[in-house]
Write a protein that binds this ligand. Structure first.
Ligand code: TXA
Ligand code: MG
Length: 327
């Protein structure tokens, strides 16, 4: 792993100016970045990811003051949240300014904006001095990348440059909050929880109803963040029964992702990974662990359900989606 230098940042910024694509680290996951003003670069992002064109991209900025030309207005509550959580893992959906190209917002009248805190992202955004459109650096419906190795596995040579930034600290994608309507709506859980947002705003916010109108957030699809191996989630009791049954039936190799080691001894055929007990460390290792288990060709990945507490919302959301029904 070679550390990103200021020469790399200059090179990356030049690539973006020429319409090329650069994968870069953020504190959540790696992003596949392109100039958000360049129609061809934006189209290329969708093509490389095999992502449907109507799924809007998040635009990244170095700081709040860069937002002026991109959003129609910054409501008081959005400003409060930006001041409280930026730079950091929060995306705000706002009304877009007229000059924003429709390709980047999937034709919508709103725009997703975020100011990431990772020093490499900050350096790149400061050098580029404009909005960088960046979805997670993975193919559509696949697990997001939290290391440069994972970015390479997902996108290979199709990006012009991959900037090194180590393993992402948060490990799951940013919290998304829709502030484009009168009342804020929570669209995607992340490291910044609903109650953290509510305590800054001093009011309760509503959850999006997935069964509601059209799907606007690709992360809201049932099958997202998914390994190719069949993946199921079980409560601890059901998991213990399942493991007892495994020994009897001598099934094909199964991977278990549990919250602590199971008491039952397992035959060497199967693999058991005990995940960290606390949510932040669990989240940091989640995608890398799923990616690794997926690669090893097990018949099934069986995941122990995580606590119902709010601190686990983002993890529970991604695990549920990883177990989504395959079409
Ligand atoms: O942590 C993150 O947010 C990472 C890093 C790279 O910043 N990015 C990320 O991007 O997760 P992506 O494209 O994989 O997921 C962003 C989600 C998408 O599901 C997209 O549909 C939604 O944000 N989104 C973006 N703009 C939106 C808008 N105007 N209205 C509703 N949803 C929007
Ligand atoms: Mg994504």
């Amino acid at each position: 792993m070679t550390k990103t230098t200021s020469a790399d940042i200059k090179k990356a910024s030049a690539i973006l100016r020429e319409g090329g694509l650069v994968a870069f680290p953020t504190e959540t996951v790696y992003g596949l970045g392109g100039d958000a003003r360049n129609v061809l670069a934006v189209k290329n992002i969708f093509d490389i990811k095999s992502r449907p064109y109507n799924h809007p991209l998040i635009i990244h900025f170095a700081n709040l003051s860069q937002l002026d030309e991109w959003v129609l207005d910054l409501p008081r509550r959005a400003l409060q949240l930006a001041k409280a959580f930026w730079p950091g893992p929060l995306t705000l959906i706002l009304k877009k300014a007229p000059g924003v190209i429709p390709e980047v917002t999937g034709g919508q009248t709103t725009i997703g904006v975020r100011v990431p805190s990772h020093p490499v992202a900050q350096a790149l955004l400061t050098e580029f001095a404009s909005g960088i459109a960046a979805p997670s650096a993975n193919r559509f419906t696949r697990i997001s990348a939290t290391t440069t190795e994972a970015v390479f596995e997902e996108l290979g040579e199709r990006v012009n440059l991959i900037l090194e930034g180590g393993r992402c600290d948060v490990g799951v994608e940013s919290t998304i909050l829709d502030m484009s309507e009168e009342s804020p709506t929570f669209l995607r859980p992340g490291a910044i929880t609903k109650s953290m947002i509510e305590s800054v705003l001093g009011e309760k916010i509503s959850m999006s109803s997935p069964a509601g109108t059209t799907v606007r957030t690709s992360g809201m699809h049932a099958l997202h963040y998914a390994p190719t191996t069949e993946t199921v989630m079980l409560t601890r009791d059901r998991l213990l029964d399942y493991v007892d049954g495994l020994e009897v039936k001598a099934e094909a190799p199964i991977a278990l992702m549990t919250r602590s080691l199971l008491r039952s001894s397992l035959s060497a055929l199967h693999c058991q990974i005990a995940m960290p007990q606390d949510a932040p460390t669990y989240a940091r290792l989640l995608y890398q662990t799923m990616r690794e288990l997926d690669r090893r060709g097990f018949k099934k990945i069986v995941i122990e359900a995580v606590p119902e507490e709010m601190a686990w919302d983002a993890i529970r959301d991604r695990l549920t989606k990883a177990c989504g029904v395959r079409s």
